[in-house]
Design a protein around this ligand. Structure first.
Ligand SMILES: *[C@@H]1O[C@H](CO)[C@@H](O)[C@H](O)[C@H]1NC(C)=O
Ligand SMILES: *[C@@H]1O[C@H](CO)[C@@H](O)[C@H](O)[C@H]1NC(C)=O
Ligand SMILES: *[C@@H]1O[C@H](CO)[C@@H](O)[C@H](O)[C@H]1NC(C)=O
Ligand SMILES: *[C@@H]1O[C@H](CO)[C@@H](O)[C@H](O)[C@H]1NC(C)=O
Ligand SMILES: *[C@@H]1O[C@H](CO)[C@@H](O)[C@H](O)[C@H]1NC(C)=O
Ligand SMILES: *[C@@H]1O[C@H](CO)[C@@H](O)[C@H](O)[C@H]1NC(C)=O
Ligand SMILES: *[C@@H]1O[C@H](CO)[C@@H](O)[C@H](O)[C@H]1NC(C)=O
Ligand SMILES: *[C@@H]1O[C@H](CO)[C@@H](O)[C@H](O)[C@H]1NC(C)=O
Ligand SMILES: [Cu+2]
Length: 227
């Protein structure tokens, strides 16, 4: 039974490309073919350990840039607090939505906002340590991981507009569920901003996915983590 699940998940996985975390810079090269210990399939951080270097990140959140190579992928930006993070339990997805990215190249969010203290259960202060985890998930549920170590710093800055760009043809949309469909069950649809829309109005058009969709997504990630 477990073998069947493994085969189902891993076979399509081998045909997928991988992704890079450009900013904050990842812990280290996770696309290396020479070190077989390192694998982007490995939860939570591709088996790449922290090397002690941390990128200063603003107290209210900062820039995130990824380099993607698939026709499309779901993407999660997570955060965990502390010097050695094992629980990436803070979701930083823009608009709180499940994100569906389309296209090959860089996707950059100038300001990925942190939730408030009530949601975090703590107040972010100068010098706090944390680790960002970016997860991409393909249609089969196979997930890839990369991590970046950060230090919250009051005078840290966002990337400038020439450092933070979306490649031509790269965009991301919020996935929402149609809870009102006439058929049996709900179907997923995409809505939201494209790379050409203005960032100031971006959050407004993002809608939250239903709990069910997130539960399914979280379940898949949990299963993958377990395997
Ligand atoms: C150490 O980590 C930093 C990011 O925190 C990264 O930019 C750098 O490439 C890493 N060094 C090595 C040798 O992998
Ligand atoms: C391969 O990566 C692992 C995990 O980062 C590291 O402990 C190990 O030293 C690396 N091996 C080589 C040969 O670089
Ligand atoms: C993505 O773009 C890079 C550089 O522009 C190119 O080398 C690569 O073949 C492209 N990959 C896919 C899957 O289109
Ligand atoms: C996240 O996990 C940490 C460590 O397990 C815990 O202390 C913290 O309360 C959790 N935060 C949230 C928002 O669930
Ligand atoms: C932030 O402040 C520290 C110490 O006051 C200084 O060393 C550092 O260069 C400053 N960084 C920026 C981005 O201004
Ligand atoms: C890149 O695209 C995403 C979604 O399509 C958007 O939210 C973001 O603001 C864009 N980045 C830049 C630098 O325009
Ligand atoms: C829900 O169903 C009603 C009746 O079929 C329809 O008028 C309405 O537009 C639907 N709402 C959504 C969000 O699909
Ligand atoms: C995600 O984006 C891809 C490519 O644009 C599209 O084919 C797919 O239907 C989207 N998935 C959802 C659930 O919107
Ligand atoms: Cu891949």
């Amino acid at each position: 039974m477990r073998t069947t699940v493994l085969i189902t998940l891993l076979l399509p996985a081998t045909s997928l490309a991988h992704f890079g975390l450009n900013y904050p810079p990842w812990r280290g090269e996770s696309l290396t073919p020479t070190n077989t210990t390192i694998s982007q399939w490995a939860y939570p951080c591709a088996n790449v350990q922290s090397n002690g270097t941390r990128t200063p990140w603003p107290l209210t959140g900062g820039s995130v840039e990824v380099d993607l190579h698939h026709p499309w992928t779901y993407m999660f930006i997570n955060l965990g607090f502390g010097p050695v993070v094992t629980n990436f339990n803070v979701s930083l997805n823009p608009g709180g939505a499940l994100v569906n990215e389309t296209g090959n190249g860089t996707l950059c969010y100038n300001h990925v906002a942190l939730p408030g203290p009530a949601t975090l259960g703590l107040t972010v202060t100068d010098g706090m340590l944390a680790t960002l985890q970016v997860v991409t998930v393909g249609q089969t549920g196979s997930a890839l991981y990369n991590c970046a170590d950060i230090i919250f710093t009051s005078n840290a800055t966002l990337l400038s507009s020439d450092q933070c760009t979306n490649s031509t043809g790269v965009s991301a949309q919020a996935v929402s569920t149609a809870t009102n469909s006439t058929g049996s069950g709900s179907s997923a649809t995409a809505s939201g901003s494209s790379s050409s829309s203005t960032s100031s109005s971006g959050a407004g058009v993002l809608s939250r996915p239903s709990g069910t969709f997130l539960t399914v997504a979280a379940g898949l990630l949990g299963l993958i983590a377990y395997l």
